[in-house]
Write a protein that binds this ligand. Structure first.
Ligand code: ATP
Ligand code: MG
Length: 422
């Protein structure tokens, strides 16, 4: 019978890699704590219309990437392709948005039916941040400063670039949209097929078309920044000012529009050239209309999501994972003969109680070359427990060299050796 395999584009994360995920997640958690963000956990499945209404009917995600199915009650459900819509839904549903500000974060799997390749999967993971009730540019700046601090703590700052743009108010965007369509209609026949289609449905997306012909046509196109409303211009200037004051470098990219419909004003992406084609590691922006669009009272919002797989890939490619993150075991414990197995377990329990945080694995099979086994398991120390009359004694291996530990004061000597390590 053929072996059952994982679904294409959905990955297992094996122990050698999960340590890198854990390292990344711990760094993210520290930074989020430093800015006072609270975790929220949402279901991975939602009603399909939540995503249609928020992300937009004519976006790549809704048109061709969603995992949508009917449940046994014939309701249309979708595996979440992103977290913002669910987060807004949850915050609104539980009254977190009324007359208050919120700083929330979440993490977990997202699902998109895309062509799997390096850095692009069908189940992938995001860590997302959403902040509500704050319309000022200082919030946008905070989100960016927070990510910059994270890159710094991971050693990634010099490998990423911040791209920034403002989409203006939704009225300004609608006005620009018409101007852009009028311009592009003159060249309709020369546009690539996707762009032709988007001309009627989502013309702003044409701005990030990769087609060289379309790119040529766009060179003379009217620019979004010339159509921004005054308030959005000021908002954006204030954001740039705060970033400048705090030493954050950025590139203004007037063509950055993002693939989701709900953004207004600030949009940003952190990109890298270390990953080949899938170069965006974190993306977000402001979405002041989204809460109202989903039926709530008008509440400003802004946020971003980072792609965990892409960040893990970066950390591994650039060899930025500290050795200590891969070190998951302090002591590997084995008994010289089977008769000592019960004593071994008691000793292990005693050590775990004596040294909080100790990472100890005890050996459960026949003993052969424990030193090599300990090294394989990544432990700094290995201990073979032996018997001396009624008492225990043993050999402690450290960095490949053995040291005898006498029966007298045995446990205390082991605890002392471990305390140096842990
Ligand atoms: P892309 O342009 O690469 O398709 P996107 O604009 O669709 O990205 P967002 O919806 O903004 O991506 O998601 C935020 C981040 O999540 C991306 O910057 C990326 O790091 C990550 N991401 C998005 N889609 C995938 C995927 N299919 N596999 C892995 N990571 C992804
Ligand atoms: Mg995409």
């Amino acid at each position: 019978m053929a072996k059952i395999q994982a679904i294409r584009g959905m990955n297992d994360v094996l122990p050698q890699d999960s340590v890198v995920w854990q390292y990344l997640e711990a760094q993210v958690k520290d930074v989020l704590d430093a800015y006072g963000y609270s975790e929220i956990r949402m279901p991975v499945v939602e009603y399909t219309h939540l995503f249609k209404r928020s992300i937009g009917e004519v976006t790549d995600i809704v048109e061709k990437e969603m995992y949508t199915f009917e449940d046994r009650n014939n309701e249309s459900l979708t595996l979440r392709p992103e977290g913002t819509a669910s987060c807004v839904r949850a915050a609104e549903e539980h009254g977190l948005l009324f007359n208050q500000t919120q700083r929330l974060w979440y993490q977990g799997p997202m699902f998109r039916y895309e062509k799997p390749q390096k850095g692009r999967y069908r189940q992938f993971h995001q860590i997302g941040v959403e902040a509500f009730g704050m319309s000022g540019a200082e919030l946008d700046a905070e989100l960016i400063l927070l990510t910059a601090r994270l890159w710094k703590s991971l050693g990634l700052l010099e490998h990423v670039t911040l791209e920034l743009n403002s989409l203006g108010s939704s009225e300004a965007r609608a006005h620009y949209r018409q101007v852009l369509v009028d311009y592009l209609l003159q060249f309709e026949a020369q546009l690539d097929e996707d762009s032709k289609r988007r001309l009627a449905s989502n013309p702003l997306r044409i701005l990030d078309s990769k087609d060289p012909n379309t790119q040529d046509i766009l060179r003379q196109a009217p620019m979004l920044e010339d159509y921004l409303d005054e308030e959005s211009k000021e908002h954006f200037a204030e954001l740039c000012h705060i970033l400048d004051t705090n030493g954050i470098r950025y590139v203004l990219n007037p063509k950055l529009v993002r693939g989701l419909d709900y953004y207004n004003r600030t949009v940003f992406e952190w990109t890298t050239s270390s990953l080949g084609a899938q170069g965006t590691v974190c993306a977000g922006g402001r979405y002041d209309g989204l809460v109202a669009q989903l039926g709530g009272k008008s509440t400003p919002g802004a946020g971003f999501a980072m792609g965990v797989e892409r960040l893990v890939l970066m950390l591994e490619t650039l060899q930025l994972v500290p050795e200590s993150a891969r070190q998951t075991l302090d002591l590997y414990l084995a008994a010289e003969h089977k008769g000592l197995q019960a004593a071994l377990i008691s000793l292990a329990e005693q050590l775990r109680t004596a040294i909080p945080g100790l990472r100890l694995r005890s050996h459960c099979a026949g003993l052969k070359n424990i030193n090599a086994k300990a090294q394989q398991a990544g432990a700094t120390l290995a201990l073979i427990v032996k018997q001396n009359g009624e008492s225990l004694c043993g050999t402690l291996w450290q960095d490949g060299s053995p040291q005898e530990v006498n029966a007298e004061g045995f446990v205390a000597a082991i605890v002392a050796a471990l305390n140096k390590q842990v």
